[in-house]
Write a protein that binds this ligand. Structure first.
Ligand SMILES: C[S@@+](CC[C@H](N)C(=O)[O-])C[C@H]1O[C@@H](n2cnc3c(N)ncnc32)[C@H](O)[C@@H]1O
Length: 493
């Protein structure tokens, strides 16, 4: 998971405007009664069309669309169990996000019970401020702790700019508005939560960013996929947590946070065995780029990374990371190409796993993709004995998006689940290509088809449809199989 907030494409795009402090217009009001941010159209004619476009994409029916045209964001405490006020997240979000979440099976759910004593503690980390440290040995795949964010807000928060501001005034206006919107989230917290939030690090208190927005910039974790249709930079939120936001960065981190929608919380997993007293770390930015590029990213957070991977010499490490980035194995390509040897995919995926181990970057999705590729290759070859060994490895990768409890069924080589598996003996029986493709679509993800597009996962399901351009990308990615009418229908919703 990327920290994502500063680095997302959305954060670099110009938000829909915003005004300098002196020019704050009283027509742009926060309606306390409904807790909705209401924007007065007449004051901001120049940007209203743009905003309408944004909103119309987010509204399902005409009736909703009309009602929502005057609402940009809604403040809401989530999940709001009456007996747990300290466990709420104060959210500023699009109305559609709650709709999306409420469709999550089990939402809203309680947090899993906390370990006692905790497996981590907050303590000073030399040269890095505070950090998290393990209090005991932790094994790969273990969930270290879970926590709900203190605050969640769109990254970037879109605000409206009045006409006639020069660039400097507009920037000032935008910062002021972002601080104002975020401050309201903090005001809605309990005193204990407010103290925790304000106790977090603010890496650049002198850059004209307000104290609250500054803490969001320093500590916000990018939360993706909270908009229907497609995962990626759309619908990105910044989540600020009490403990997870204390994790320092490493380019070979030992943990990975995963967001559990049902409980609306982050679950922090160990991606390899961790010794007692070891610092817990995770990645703030893409680790599959060179040391120089990684340092350019971490400079935005005010530090130069000194982790093992960033120490000299790094030329070999840079080479390995670039090879990893370029070589995510495709089961689909191999399964449909009878010209490739039977062990082609397995060899490719094992080489990838070796590179990943050398770089100590088990948290990247390629680690699980490679493990699953080998598991699925053995299923295609009708070899349940070897497949079960790889299922045992895949089931340890609890932090991965590919992790699924159904892997349990594949641990026993005699299990009926093998014969019932859509990929079973596909290469041995030389199944027709369209059959292979359909089968892959079913296994990629339980809720839809996932396709890797330049390392970014595009996911689309029958009822959500896709954003413009996605089908074209998918067509280009899996061109040979795309005459399948059923798939096209699925992809276009
Ligand atoms: C999200 S905070 C992490 C917790 C923070 N260390 C604290 O004291 O609360 C991000 C800040 O931690 C520091 N930091 C994180 N990773 C670091 C690293 N690898 N080396 C040096 N400083 C780091 C930087 O000051 C950065 O702006």
């Amino acid at each position: 998971m990327k920290r994502g907030f500063l680095n997302s494409r959305a954060a670099k795009e110009k938000p829909i405007g915003a005004p300098p402090v002196a020019a704050v217009n009283s027509k742009d009001v926060v309606n306390e009664a409904s807790s909705r941010v209401v924007l007065d159209e007449s004051a901001f004619k120049s940007t209203i069309d743009l905003m309408r476009n944004q909103l119309s994409r987010r509204c399902k029916s005409d009736q909703n669309s009309k009602a929502l045209q005057r609402i940009l964001y809604i403040y809401r405490a989530v999940p709001n169990f009456a007996d747990e006020p300290e466990q709420n997240t104060q959210c500023l979000w699009y109305p559609e996000t709650y709709e999306l979440l409420s469709k999550t099976p089990g939402f809203p759910q309680r947090l899993p019970p906390a370990a006692s004593p905790p497996a981590f503690r907050v303590a000073p980390s030399p040269g890095k401020g505070m950090g998290l440290f393990s209090t005991r040995k932790i094994t790969q795949g273990e969930m270290i702790f879970s926590e709900r964010p203190l605050l969640l807000q769109p990254a970037p928060t879109m605000v409206i700019t009045p006409n006639g501001l020069d660039a400097a005034e507009e920037a000032k206006w935008r910062l002021n508005e972002q601080e104002r919107y975020a401050a309201k989230c903090v005001q809605r917290m309990t005193p204990h939560q407010q103290a925790a939030f304000m106790g977090l690090h603010n890496f650049n208190p002198n850059d004209r960013t307000g104290p609250i927005f500054g803490r969001i910039r320093t500590n916000g974790i990018g939360l993706y996929g909270l908009e229907s249709g497609i995962e990626g930079d759309k619908g990105v939120y910044a989540a600020v947590c009490d403990n997870i936001s204390r994790l320092n960065h490493s380019c070979s981190p030992n943990t990975c946070p995963r967001f559990d929608r049902a409980s609306f919380s982050y679950w922090l997993y160990a991606v390899r065995d961790i010794a007692e007293g070891e610092e817990l770390t995770y990645q703030y930015s893409d680790v599959l780029v060179s040391k120089v590029e990684r340092n350019e990213e971490t400079e935005k957070y005010g530090f130069a990374c000194m982790c093992a991977a960033c120490k000299e010499p790094t030329a070999e490490s840079d080479k390995r990371r670039s090879e990893i980035a370029a070589s995510v194995p495709s089961v689909l390509t191999w399964a449909m190409d009878w010209g490739l040897p039977d062990d082609w995919l397995i060899k490719k995926a094992i080489r990838l796993l070796v590179l990943l181990q050398k770089e100590n970057i088990q948290h990247v999705e390629a680690y699980s993709t490679a493990t699953h590729a080998i598991l699925e290759a053995y299923i295609c070859l009708g070899d349940s004995k070897n497949a079960s060994k790889w299922a045992a490895r895949a089931i340890q990768q609890t932090w991965s998006e590919l992790y699924h409890e159904r892997l349990q069924e594949l641990l026993d080589p005699q299990s009926q689940a093998y014969e019932g598996h859509v990929l079973w003996r596909m290469r041995v029986d030389k199944s027709p290509r369209n059959e292979v493709f359909k089968a892959m679509g079913t296994v990629c993800r339980p809720e839809g088809i996932g396709i890797l597009d330049g390392g970014r996962k595009l996911t689309f399901t029958a009822d959500e449809g896709v954003l413009p351009g996605t089908l074209e990308k998918v067509l280009a990615t899996v061109a040979p199989a795309m005459n399948d009418a059923k798939f096209k229908q699925l992809a276009t919703g």
